[in-house]
Design a binder for this molecule. Structure first.
Ligand code: NAD
Length: 399
């Protein structure tokens, strides 16, 4: 058995982690004022391509946004600005998940549309740098990861609120080998961190006329951290007497998402970070694959909108990059427009994406050469956006 003295280093590092997290609790507790996008003279939307299939799907999404926002960009109310340098090559060269000059450019924008970025893993031959996403979430305290999943034909209309800054991920790169044979990682849930995401889920339910919020944990086993999340949900729920809430354990909830009789009852779901990450991929798969789902990372003063999936390096190495589905990032663009208050444009884009990606599918993406390219899909969406009959076409598919 290892001698206790070999724990000394681990104990010292644990203490510094606790101190750091305690400072974070203080920062969260001093809630920042929310940015009012309607008061901006000019809204700057940053666009980052990222890695792998990222630049391919970002190019098409940018084209669609430019077509949709032609009036706003020509009058100077909106600028769509491309940001370079958030590539795996540059990040590895600088040994930084988020190079300083890229961060400086992002800070000049009010919201960001971001293609997926590669995160090197152990044994990949690349340095073990942190995920660019996690670095951006931390830099802007983007605590809420909002992921809608809709399958109209099955009556499914879910919105997931995944906590984005805590859980197992907040200290994901700070685990330690306490002895050569013992690996330890950490999970952190804080009361103000849980409260702000749970409140956001309840506020969303209230605002959108939904009647139910489901809180998912494993509080029966992970008693302290998940226990605090559930306890906080009970407190928050008292402020929303018109909304029903229920608590589920992650294992049975994951099973019920594929139970056709039960799953359409879920509406708004709020979960800690890791569970949210896994369950939302499962939910997106039910909707038609990760290539169809967008996701928002929201903080009080900034928002980053992206696809739910990664950079799909296999698609690139197999020469299938141009067949990647850009619908995921286009859905994220619709979420971005809603977030900044361009609601009519957001609704128009969502309807065009429903027509192109769900109802009509005249141009079909399969991810392979037997299907359409991302560019062909981009052209299709732009032509549907320009079609004066879009609204009627979309309505004809309701019910
Ligand atoms: P992935 O999501 O990149 O790809 C898995 C598979 O899903 C692909 O091989 C492909 O078959 C399919 N796919 C994904 N997006 C698609 C699209 N738009 N169209 C068609 N098919 C699509 O998962 P991975 O291989 O586990 O991750 C690759 C890299 O991406 C890793 O470095 C990972 O860290 C990173 N990643 C980044 C983000 C992000 O930036 N938000 C999210 C997840 C993963």
């Amino acid at each position: 058995m290892a001698q206790n003295h070999s724990f000394d280093d681990a104990v010292t590092r644990f203490r510094s982690i606790l101190e750091e997290q305690n400072q974070r609790v203080d920062r969260i507790s001093k809630a920042a004022e929310w940015l009012d996008y309607s008061k901006l003279d000019k809204l700057v939307i940053g666009v980052i391509g990222g890695d792998g299939i990222g630049p391919i799907i970002a190019k098409e999404t940018k084209r669609v946004m430019e077509a949709l926002l032609r009036e706003e960009t020509s009058s100077g109310k909106v600028e769509i600005r491309e940001i370079e340098g958030l590539t795996i090559e540059n990040r590895v060269k600088q040994l930084k998940p988020l190079p300083d000059e890229v961060l400086a450019e992002i800070k000049k924008c009010h919201v960001l549309l971001k293609g997926p970025t590669t995160t090197p893993e152990e044994g990949s031959g690349m340095p073990n740098i942190e995920s660019a996403n996690i670095a951006i979430r931390k830099a802007f305290d983007l605590f809420a990861n909002v992921r809608p999943v809709r399958i109209p034909s099955e009556g499914i209309d879910w919105v997931f609120f995944r906590e984005n800054t805590e859980g197992e991920y907040v200290l994901g790169s700070k685990g330690m080998m306490a002895t050569p044979d013992m690996a330890v990682d950490f999970k952190v849930i804080t009361r103000p961190g849980a409260r702000r995401i749970i409140r956001m889920a309840f506020d969303h339910a209230k605002k959108t006329g939904r009647s139910r919020v489901t809180v998912v944990t494993k509080a029966n086993v992970i008693k302290t951290t998940d226990g605090l999340f559930l306890e906080t949900a009970k407190e928050v729920a008292k402020g929303y007497p018109d909304i029903k809430w229920d608590g589920w354990y992650i294992d049975v909830f994951t099973a019920k998402l594929i139970d056709e009789k039960r799953r359409r009852d879920f509406q708004v779901v709020v979960l800690p970070n890791l569970y949210g990450d896994i369950v939302t991929d499962e939910a997106a798969e039910l909707q038609g694959g990760v290539g169809t789902a967008g996701s928002a990372n929201i903080g009080a003063r900034f928002g980053m909108f992206e696809a739910i999936h990664g950079s799909a390096p296999r698609m690139i190495s197999e020469g299938r990059g141009e067949y990647a589905d850009p619908l995921s990032l286009m859905r994220a663009a619709a979420m971005l427009l809603e977030h900044v208050g361009l609601s009519a444009k957001s609704a128009k884009l969502s309807k065009a994406l429903d027509v192109c990606g769900v109802y009509e599918q005249k141009v079909k993406i399969t991810g392979r050469p037997d299907g359409a390219t991302a560019a062909q899909f981009g052209d299709y969406v732009i032509s549907v956006l320009k079609d004066a009959g879009l609204e009627a076409k979309w309505k004809s598919h309701q019910n």
